[in-house]
Design a protein around this ligand. Sequence first.
Ligand SMILES: [Zn+2]
Length: 171
Amino acid sequence: MFSGSDVSGITGGAFFSGLTGEAGSAPPFLVTALIILLAVVLVALFAVTVLYRSRESRIRRKEQAEREVAVRRRIRPSDKREVFERDNYTCQICGISRDYLDSFCEGLGDYLLLEADHIRSVSQGGTGRDIDNLQCLCWRCNRKKGGNKTNEQVRDMIDYGIGYLNDDSEW
Ligand SMILES: [Zn+2]
């Protein structure tokens, strides 16, 4: 086991005497400056490495989180069909349905764009793998709902009829 004096005797002392000393080639202040410079370079390299590693791990964590969100957002086509059939192809907010449009003109209901909505949004931890977290919405109510509103809040927002059609703030 080394004591302090052993270490300086073996490494430090020999090193300094070799560089400064007896050969007399380099003045001591130049050696000191070189050592300081070397230390600064080493510290800088260390800092760059640490920063790079933390940036890498931050990017990895972000990518991992994005992958998890993508998995939770995904809705299987069979689940989507099941949700539409369960909700009778009817928007769960405004109540428009394929049958309602077909009552005006046969086939008109096919023009209604229905979507499967995450009741509890993906950004709030909801998943598309659970059909109890899915509902049938028309595209317009789904845009209004976004990621942070409930059906009731959207119902309060929308003004049915002409007012609704004239609301061109978002589309
Ligand atoms: Zn609707």
